[in-house]
Design a protein. Structure first.
Length: 333
């Protein structure tokens, strides 16, 4: 009886290795074989031939199949199995709307700052007639918020965003409240400026021309008629006859240009109830209803009416009240 040979596990492993190696070498050999593709054009151009190895052709085919299967799998997933996160989408939309709102608010805030700067400059010009070294309220004086927080307090972008939004909103409200305050100040100063420039100011004669011969108040009668004296309602400026007389403020020439013993006189009605009188004129250069400015020539010095010499009698009054001392308005300049 013949003896049977039993292979060991190691020998079987070597046999399997040799078989797979032979198959792999055979596959490598076949993969290196080339396949030719011939392109036949419609015209008379020469044929185009493309050669590609069997291995590369198999790789491209496998890649194409894989991409098709992957696309089909994704299509099935998003069509039947994918569930939308509605809460996340809603939160994203809310944040987008919030950012858009604060973007619009920032534009309004910038316009308010620019308007406030312009108004502040006007305020300084009205108050001091100049802006020393351009020291006006600008970004240097605006609210400065320093974030000195621990890392634990700023542990997320959302917390930082909420803090910035809160500070930004408060700053916008405070800045918005400043606008009417500055507007009220400007209106107040504008009104005071209008009153000041409409008031009679300065002398009715040019600087250095004429001398004061009689002041406001009680004085002895220059004609010696009244032993107890008389009340003088203005100031007399003596000057040569024909010396020009000028309006001390803007206004309208009144109709009644003659007042008692003042002889030929001019009355100018100013704003806010003021009016001025210029008496004893030799010649009146304006007509009733004329609008004059401060510094306009309105008459010439004379001695018409009750006068002892060539001079101009100058009065300042408000409505029906008693005459005011013109010296206070002369010294305004």
């Amino acid at each position: 009886m013949a003896e049977t040979y039993v292979t060991t596990a190691y020998e079987r492993l070597q046999i399997a290795h040799l078989r797979w190696k032979k198959r792999f070498q055979k596959w490598i050999s076949r993969s290196r074989e080339k396949v030719s593709f011939v392109l036949i054009p419609n015209d008379e151009k020469p044929l185009a031939q493309i050669e590609i190895s069997v291995g590369m052709l198999g790789f491209l085919f496998g890649l194409s199949v894989s991409l098709v299967l992957l696309s089909f799998g994704l299509l099935l997933y998003f069509s039947f199995f994918f569930e939308r996160n509605l809460s996340l989408e809603k939160k994203t939309e809310t944040q987008l709307v919030s950012f858009l709102f604060y973007d619009l608010l920032s534009k309004d805030l910038r316009e308010s700052v620019e308007e406030l700067e312009s108004m502040t400059e006007s305020l300084n010009l009205l108050a001091w007639e100049e802006i020393p070294e351009k020291e006006m309220i600008t970004q240097d004086y605006l609210l400065k918020e320093e974030f000195r927080k621990d890392a634990s307090e700023l542990d997320s972008n959302l917390l930082l965003f909420q803090q910035v939004v809160t500070t930004y909103t408060q700053f916008g409200v405070r800045l918005g409240n400043l606008v009417p305050n500055f507007q009220n100040a400007i209106d107040y100063l504008s009104m005071r400026e209008s009153i000041f420039y409409s008031m009679p100011r300065g002398r009715p004669l040019k600087p250095g021309v004429g001398v004061v011969t009689s002041t406001f108040g009680y004085r002895s009668d220059p004609f010696g008629i009244l032993p107890v004296g008389e009340y003088h309602s203005g100031i007399d400026f003596a000057a040569g006859e024909g010396t020009p007389i000028y309006a001390t403020g803007p206004g309208i020439i009144a109709v009644d240009t003659a007042v008692g013993g003042l002889g030929k006189s001019v009355r100018i009605n100013h704003e806010n109830g003021f009016f001025t009188l210029y008496g004893h004129c030799s010649l009146i250069l304006v007509n009733p209803g004329d609008r004059v400015k401060r510094g306009d020539k309105i008459a010439l010095v004379g001695q018409t009416g009750k006068a002892t010499g060539a001079h101009v009698h100058y009065e300042v009054r408000i409505g029906l009240d008693a005459p005011l001392d013109p010296e206070e308005y002369i010294n305004l300049d």
